[in-house]
Unconditional design. Sequence first.
Length: 326
Amino acid sequence: MPVTPPCSVKPIRLIGAPTDIGAGARGASMGPEALRVAGLQAALEGRGLHVVDGGNLAGPANPWLPPVDGYRHLPQVVEWNQTVFNAVLDALRQGHLPILLGGDHCLGLGSISAVARHCAEAGKKLRVLWLDAHADFNTSALTPSGNVHGMPVACLCGFGPAELTRLAQMPGGGPALQPAQIRQIGIRSVDAGEKRFVHEQGLEVFDMRFIDEVGMRQTMLQALDGLDADTHLHVSFDVDFLDPDIAPGVGTTVPGGPTYREAQLCMEMIADSGRLASLDIVELNPALDVRNRTAVLAVDLVESLFGKSTLMRGPTIPSRSEPGGS
């Protein structure tokens, strides 16, 4: 029997961005179709949600050239992100919940810039959860590769070329994001110079050591702390967030990521917050996958973001050490 969602749930708009323009390996351009083949729309509709698939955006082909002044394919990256920005902002202005189907993670620039612009227009606070193996806080001076999928968080915080840092056209001309608005979860691969820059800017990073030490539940309690009815929560889900043993279909695998149950708990606690208002699913590379298993897993986890739960018991009574305990 279909699940009836709360009346407050917005219609969902799927937005495909089939490009690997910012990546160091080819194949993420096939990610949107792999998610469709894995049954993303049907899975969400099975949750009682109204889903519109807007099809794929169009943009320049990947020229596969070396870096120029520290950036690979900058003109093409700018064009793709401008297109994503326009599509996501249009969905938000129409009252839809946009799900960006990537494509590589440089597209988070366009998506989150649109969300930031929308929040500024609507007078809402913004919180971004960046689920990723990588901090993506490189700059042209720090990057060893020039691949822009390693730079989106830095660009969103104002460190990068003007064509990318000013996509949001924020009031006052500031960057789309302030470091205090983002929480990074699952990080376990950071370049040396990038690590220093992350510390200098004060990003809140829940890396895998933190998760190992305190567990995913405590991690998510801290990452979600402070959300209220005025907060727009954006989740940027890079599939390489997951351990490659369960999600091999990504271009930059890093061992030691969250297990299936840890990832499910992460998604379920985001759903429990009731604040999810936009989503990226990026870096899925079917060329490196095994029978689309990573796409199937991604769809399973996205279902959990929208309310599917393994919870079989009633609400727990808070302990004395938790909020609400006596």
